[in-house]
Write a protein that binds this ligand. Structure first.
Ligand SMILES: [Zn+2]
Length: 243
């Protein structure tokens, strides 16, 4: 087996956060990391497609934070034209932590289902945000035939349901007890790792830091880091294609 990269399967590389993006990508490459940069709205979807290069793949979609006021027909038309350039549909999903009104959640649901339908139609995997709406997200996924990666999913109580449905879980750079529980209970072929850069770190996160998640998986599972890298790298390549 060729040496795989440490894949950061979910990060955001927005201009406002990374005026020094060239250096960030250099550190990433030096650490042996490759990443999937996620868009979330039209502007960021266009940006990730421009950022695409060896070691950087792009995901396009409308996130729950960007769902309000979106013209779905228009966005779907754009996605249709550009989707071949992307390896996944993301970031999409539901967020009930930040959004409380029925109206907001209704619009999120409408956009999320449209994105899942689009993922199903194109055969691309979906990268999914499910904060405080994990049950609702799993329920919505049951109605679609698409491969899903649940990003920063830290709900060990729902793990059986996730595995039964065949979804992957992306473990974040956040250190906590739920992450340890998930690592213990997830088979290595269902694990992916992410930074969600620039978030989930003390200070600004960046893709190179994803190696810390692989270290933790190796420690908890009691296997070699290189083995975790190769297996998780294979999971990522199966979903997103080669890096
Ligand atoms: Zn994200």
């Amino acid at each position: 087996m060729n040496k795989k990269p440490f894949v950061d399967c979910h990060c955001h590389l927005e201009e406002k956060d990374y005026p020094d993006l060239g250096e960030v990508l250099q550190r990433m490459e030096k650490a042996g990391v490759a990443c999937v940069a996620s868009g979330r709205n039209r502007e960021q979807n266009e940006r990730v497609l421009r950022l695409k290069r060896s070691g950087v793949k792009a995901a396009v979609g409308i996130s729950p934070h960007d769902a309000q006021g979106v013209d779905l027909e228009d966005e779907l038309a754009w996605l249709e034209v550009n989707v071949n350039e992307a390896c996944a549909i993301g970031e999409i999903g539901l967020d009930y932590h930040h959004f409380h009104s029925q109206e907001e959640r209704g619009k999120q649901g409408e956009v999320f289902e449209a994105m899942l339908g689009f993922a199903e139609k194109t055969g691309k995997p979906a990268i999914i945000h499910s904060r405080k709406a994990e049950g609702e997200v799993l329920e919505a996924l049951d109605s679609f035939n698409c491969r899903a990666v649940l990003h920063c999913f830290l709900v060990p109580q729902l793990i059986e349901r996730v595995l039964e449905a065949g979804h992957g879980i992306s473990l974040p750079t956040l250190k906590n007890k739920s992450r340890v529980k998930l690592i213990k209970r997830l088979p290595l072929n269902k694990i992916l790792c992410e930074t969600d850069s620039p978030f989930l770190w003390t200070g600004r996160n960046e893709p190179a830091n994803v190696v810390s998640v692989y270290d933790e998986v190796a420690r908890v599972k009691g296997v070699e880091l290189s083995e975790v890298r190769d297996l998780v790298g294979s999971n990522a390549e199966e979903l997103f294609g080669g890096f």
